[in-house]
Each structure stands twice: as C-alpha cells, then as structure tokens.
Design a protein around this ligand. Sequence first.
Ligand code: NAD
Ligand code: UDP
Length: 317
Amino acid sequence: MKYHYQKRILVTGGAGFLGSHLCERLIGEGHDVICLDNFFTGSKRNIESLLKQPNFELIRHDIVEPILLEVDEIYNLACPASPIHYQYNPVKTVKTSVMGVINMLGMAKRVKAKILQASTSEVYGNPTVHPQPEAYWGNVNAIGPRSCYDEGKRCAETLFFDYRRQNGVNIRVVRIFNTYGSRMHPNDGRVISNFIVQALMGKDITVFGQGNQTRSFCYVDDLIEGLVRMMNCPDSFVGPVNLGNPDEFTILELAENVIRLTGSSSKIVFKPLPQDDPLQRRPDISLAKSALNWEPSVFLEEGLARTIDYFRSIISS
Ligand code: NAD
Ligand code: UDP
C-alpha cells in the first residue's frame, strides 16, 4: 500500500520482534517513525539498519511513565510477549498494560492521534470454543501465572473501548495469534525460537506435556501487513479483529517439522506442561478477511525455513 502523504507515527515496543519489522515497513513507506522502547526485551540490534535513516528516531522510555509526543498515529506494541519474560516481573507486566495503556490513550486523546492496540489471542485464555471468533468472551484464569499478561491485555482492550466511548478516541484493536520470524529473541522461551535454537545446537527438543496441544503460527510479514491494513481501514471499523494463520499444528508436529527442516539429529524429550497452558488455539479470521481483505500467505514450512536461516546466521556470528 502507498500513501498520499507522510505521517508521523509512534511505535511503542518498536525495538522488539514485531515492532522492529513494523518500523521497517513504515520507514519504507516514507513515514516519519518514532520508535519508543525501554529495551526490556527489545534491542538496538533489531533496529540497527534504521538508525541511520533521517526519518527514524529512537526514544528510550518506559510507557508506564507519561510522555507527550505530537504524532498522527500510535501503534502500541510495548509489552513483553513471551511467558518467561512477562512472568519475570508480573506486576510490571500489569502496569505496562494498564498504566502504560492509559498513558498512550491519554496522549492519543490530547494530540488527536489514531491508536492501535496489539492485543492477543490470550484474551481467549484456554478456549472452550474452537476456532476462536472475536465474539467469544474467553475462558481466562484471573489468578494464575499467565494472568498478569492475559488480564492486563483484557483490561487494555476495556480501556481502549472506554476511551472511545468517553472521549471519542479513534481506536483500533487487533488480537494477534502466535507469530514467528526473524528477530525473535533466541532465549525468550517461545516455542518456535526454542525448537529452532535447540535443533541447530544439537540439543534436546523440549516438548511440554505430550505435545498434543495446538497452536496456529503466523509468519511475521503477514502479521505486519494485517496491522498496517487495520490502522488504515475506515474509522467505522475498530475491531477487535483476529490476526493469525488458521493452519493449526500440534506442538509435537512442530517439533518434527523443525527437526526435518534443520536436518538436526536432536531428540525430542517431554517436559511438564506449564500451568494454564491453553490446549488448543486457532483464529477464526472471517472478520479480517471481510473487513480488511487480509489473510496470511506464508505457509509454516516456508516461514520456518526463513526463520531457521535467520537463527543459523545469528548463531554462527
Ligand atoms: P517483544 O518482547 O519482542 O517486543 C516487546 C517490546 O516492548 C520490546 O522491545 C520491549 O523492550 C518493549 N517494552 C516492554 N515493556 C515496555 C514498556 N513498559 N515501555 C516501553 N517498552 C516496553 O514481543 P513481540 O512479540 O514483538 O510483541 C509485540 C506486541 O505484540 C506485544 O504487545 C505482544 O503482547 C503482542 N503480541 C505478540 C504476539 C506474538 O506472537 N509475537 C502474539 C500476541 C500478541
Ligand atoms: N512449548 C513447548 N516447548 C518449549 C516452549 C513451548 O512445548 O520449549 C509449548 C508451550 O507449552 C505451549 C506452546 O508450545 O503449549 C506455545 O508456547 P509459546 O510460549 O510459544 O506461546 P503461548 O503458550 O503463549 O501460545
């Protein structure tokens, strides 16, 4: 998509996995991009190639603290996304999704910016409806180890809709399902990065439980296209909308695919299933198809091959 005018766009969490790909895309379209990050899980390395671009700015800041920037659009991605990182300091995770989101919505209200929230399939918890449509209200434990993330993100959605009703803020809410690709943190414990790194290093592949829980994995380029389409769709459509790849795999199938594609001699070992680990997850993307004319185009096999190449290059360097 090409735009007729250049916008000033803030990407919070812009030095993270998804944020860095989004900044790259927006810079490529000629916009002025401000990347804001506290570098909890993000890194300067992710945005290294953008630092020399004249239309790119980097601000080290924590969204839990107020800030005022004159921008046209805000993509709010700041929040640790992998279980080991969001559970490291659960109170901080809640603060990021509640106080941080209030700060970003307050800024959007003051400068009349359009604001998009990166919500998550975790708002459906351990779903009893399969696949998950946006109308499903979810099955979430309020007091477990994943709750700081799940309930924080649910509260963030509530805040978005209340700022819209109360203050007329122009919002967008997307619910992102498991996404993978280059610049995932090699040690963040997410299943695709874990399995690929384990396979490339010849270590055991750690499948939690029996590996019959399912996930649906979306390649990063498809996801970024969905985010940009959502931000640019007519104001009458605000979401929430699911963005993800509906091809569903068991975790054991994923492990076998990674071993095959890496040509690794690693063995699969079974470890205990973490508490409240959702048994199944697959997005119903009919709404994204009809409202955004969006659907993913990269199959798991192809996306895994590209991601394996990325991890090979960082391991060898
Ligand atoms: P990530 O951990 O790579 O990126 C998050 C970024 O936010 C990091 O750069 C981190 O340093 C920054 N950050 C964290 N807390 C902050 C704070 N208080 N102030 C400023 N910056 C802060 O994770 P990601 O996979 O890129 O996820 C980006 C967003 O998308 C998150 O909001 C996440 O919840 C959401 N999401 C991601 C997935 C996925 O599969 N990748 C799925 C669902 C939702
Ligand atoms: N998982 C696994 N081995 C690992 C890491 C994760 O079997 O080394 C499982 C995990 O229990 C879950 C699935 O893979 O069932 C996806 O985990 P991830 O942390 O990537 O995402 P989420 O659980 O948030 O969907």
